[in-house]
Design a binder for this molecule. Structure first.
Ligand code: GRF
Length: 208
């Protein structure tokens, strides 16, 4: 069986992308990264992708409408025949056009237990709110912000004296583990989306 192909979209550091790439390389994750796309020319993640000899593309957003931009990105993803798209720190909202091209085939990771603390600075929001437990969420992408059906979540306790950096670091460790697990479930066809719920047809996979 040919390996399933992933398309990664990122805008920055790319540590989630690296974790996915490591797992694919070690064959812990039965998939290959077909293309890495960024809207930021000097994103660290893009640089890492080039060093790994992956197909790494910068798509310049300047002077383009959201949909014009997304049409270019979709064309690249389609040409690379991706089975699943993983947003990994991608700082753009996808157009309805983009989302309609890949129904239930776009995942995102968010550093909080959705629906709490959507949007930017989720770890800071969690600290400011005073929650005792936060975590991370992998979800399908729909037309809202951080609002699609949830595939997996993992919890991270907030510790006394936590700073945003310390908390973010502990959440990130969980993100790196959780994202590949969710990708595997989706690629194996074990996730069934029914309204807001994602039913997982497997007894062997859980978030912890
Ligand atoms: C992660 O915290 C992810 O949850 C959020 O953006 C951050 C990206 O980090 N969506 P990295 O670029 O994967 O290191």
């Amino acid at each position: 069986m040919p390996k399933k192909k992933l398309g990664i979209l990122l805008s920055g550091r790319g540590s989630n992308f690296e974790a996915i790439a490591d797992n694919a390389e070690k064959e812990v994750l039965d998939a290959e990264i077909a293309i890495v796309i960024s809207n930021v020319a000097d994103a660290r993640g893009l640089e890492v992708a080039r060093r790994r000899n992956l197909n790494a593309c910068f798509v310049d957003p300047r002077g383009k409408s959201r949909e014009e931009y997304d049409r270019e990105v979709v064309a690249l993803l389609t040409k690379s025949k991706v089975d699943l798209i993983c947003l990994a720190g991608y700082m753009r909202i996808l157009s309805p056009y983009f989302i309609q091209q890949f129904p239930s085939r776009i995942l995102n990771i968010h550093p909080a237990l959705l629906p709490a603390f959507k949007g930017l600075d989720a770890q800071k929001q969690a600290l400011e709110y005073g929650v005792k437990v936060t975590g991370c969420t992998v979800h399908f992408v729909d037309e809202g912000v951080d609002s699609g059906p949830i595939v997996l979540q993992a919890t991270v306790p907030v510790e006394e004296g936590d700073t945003e950096e310390l908390l973010a670091r502990r959440i990130l460790r969980e993100e790196h583990r959780l994202y590949s697990k969710a990708i595997a479930l989706v690629l194996e066809g074990l996730c069934e989306v029914e309204g807001r719920s994602v039913h997982i047809h497997s007894s062997s996979v859980n978030a912890d």
